[in-house]
Ligand binder design. Structure first.
Ligand SMILES: *Cc1c(COP(=O)(O)O)cnc(C)c1O
Ligand SMILES: [Zn+2]
Length: 415
């Protein structure tokens, strides 16, 4: 049974049928899927989900897909890891890591949005799909297009990390490298979407695609025992993920599945591309576009499509936006790896580093629960930490050489 109603403009409220539309015809604002929450509230209880498979599709009534998912059937329900060692180092009582670095199949949270987008593409009858991407979306669309039998065109900025290039081409997708920034890539992609009858994930499938991010919110709540965290730090590129986690928590309150407790949203960016946090710090929804220059390439969107809504979610929750330098990002990656054994990509480094900065500034209450959204895998941005770690010299395979090189005389003597 479907609980979908229609698409609705986020600015003017005009409604549209559930079709592949890029934006409102009146005001060009994004469109959002509307659900019949009254019927959902009457029909569904959290305990009804308990026996369902541990994937994002356990929340299928809250996702804009009519039938069974066509791709990404195993995506989502990533671990919510209790992080006591990191908590002690940060000086916080209760920290959890939502670990989408191990999401199926391409190791980032983008697998969630693509699972919805390409399932919807199938329902709309598209045989060709595509996207503009800062890397992880490229990987997810390429992989799931292969699994779903779609032709795929992937548009990326030419300076992308080599891991992310390879992890797109390997699936047989057509990679279109553009000399320009993500924002220029995205503009070209919109023109392509207008001219050809293709399903472009972040253009004419955007309102469906972005709904996939809500499953991060549902999972966190369920994994906390149907409870909301008091604070959450979320990395931001276009600002969609943080907006949709916010929407997900609000939906759960509306459905009465969690206590209506407040959550403060903290948006995290790299200083080298911080249009959303800059606006949040100024207390305005006016976003000034920037030209990105940061190692956090997955977050390098200078003109964020959902920036306004991200700032509203942050400021409306009593949270804040904060950004960190490339050195702080690397320190954040290392801190999470060394305390919790989780290797995240640069975006996760941004999350950890921003959490640390806000805690040091006393802007996150250390006596409250804190969730860190870790959105991607460190093996995809190896270059960001290469040269930052000590490179050990090779030794000959001799015990004495090992002892001389690695053990102090005092320890060696006691062995
Ligand atoms: C895309 C991406 C984000 C941010 O996504 P938006 O919804 O565009 O804000 C965060 N982390 C990673 C690893 C990403 O790939
Ligand atoms: Zn409108």
């Amino acid at each position: 049974m479907s609980y979908l109603l229609h698409l609705r403009c986020r600015e003017c409220g005009r409604t549209y049928p559930l079709e592949p539309l890029a934006a409102c015809e009146e005001c060009w604002a994004p469109l959002e899927v509307q659900y019949d929450y009254g019927r959902l509230w009457a029909d569904l209880r959290p305990q009804d989900l308990a026996s369902r498979p541990a994937t994002m599709w356990r929340y299928r009534e809250l996702l804009p897909v009519d039938g069974e998912p066509w791709v990404g059937q195993q995506t989502g329900f990533t671990p919510l890891v209790s992080a006591p060692r990191l908590a002690r180092l940060l000086g916080v009582r209760e920290v959890y890591v939502k670990n989408d670095a191990v999401n199926h199949p391409t190791l980032s949270f983008k697998d969630r949005v693509v699972a919805v987008a390409l399932s919807k593409a199938r329902e709309f009858g598209f045989d060709t799909v595509g996207c503009s991407s800062t890397g992880n979306l490229a990987n997810a669309v390429a992989a799931q297009a292969a699994a779903g039998g779609f032709k795929a065109f992937i548009f990326v900025p030419a300076d992308l990390e080599s891991e992310k290039i390879i992890a797109t081409q390997i699936y047989g997708a057509t990679l279109v490298k553009i000399q320009g920034t993500y924002d220029q890539v995205n503009r070209l992609c919109s023109e392509v979407a207008m001219k050809y009858s293709w399903g472009i994930v972040n253009v004419n499938l955007r309102s469906y695609y972005s709904e996939g991010s809500k499953t991060v919110a549902y999972e966190i709540a369920e994994q906390l025992g149907w409870r909301l965290p008091q604070n959450i730090v979320v990395p931001m590129a276009g600002g969609s993920l943080i907006t949709k986690i916010h929407k997900g928590f609000e939906e759960l309150k509306k459905l009465g599945w969690v206590e209506p407790a407040p959550t403060k949203f903290f948006g995290a960016q790299a200083t080298g591309c911080s249009p959303i946090t800059t606006a949040a710090k100024r207390g305005t929804t006016e976003i000034d576009p920037q030209k990105p220059n940061t190692i956090a390439k997955s977050l390098a969107i200078g003109n964020p499509a959902d920036g306004i809504f991200a700032v509203k979610a942050i400021l409306g929750s009593g949270g804040a936006g904060e950004d960190v330098t490339d050195d702080e990002i690397v320190a954040g990656i290392r801190l999470l790896a060394e305390t919790e054994g989780i290797f995240t990509e640069t975006a996760g480094g941004v999350t950890v580093a921003v959490a640390r900065k806000l805690l040091r500034q006393g802007r996150i209450n250390p006596d409250e629960s804190l969730v860190l959204a870790i959105t991607g895998n460190g093996l995809k941005t190896v270059a960001a930490v290469t040269g930052r770690l000590e490179e050990p010299e090779a030794i000959r395979p001799k015990l004495v050489e090992f002892e001389e090189r690695f053990l102090t005389t005092a320890t060696a003597a006691t062995v």
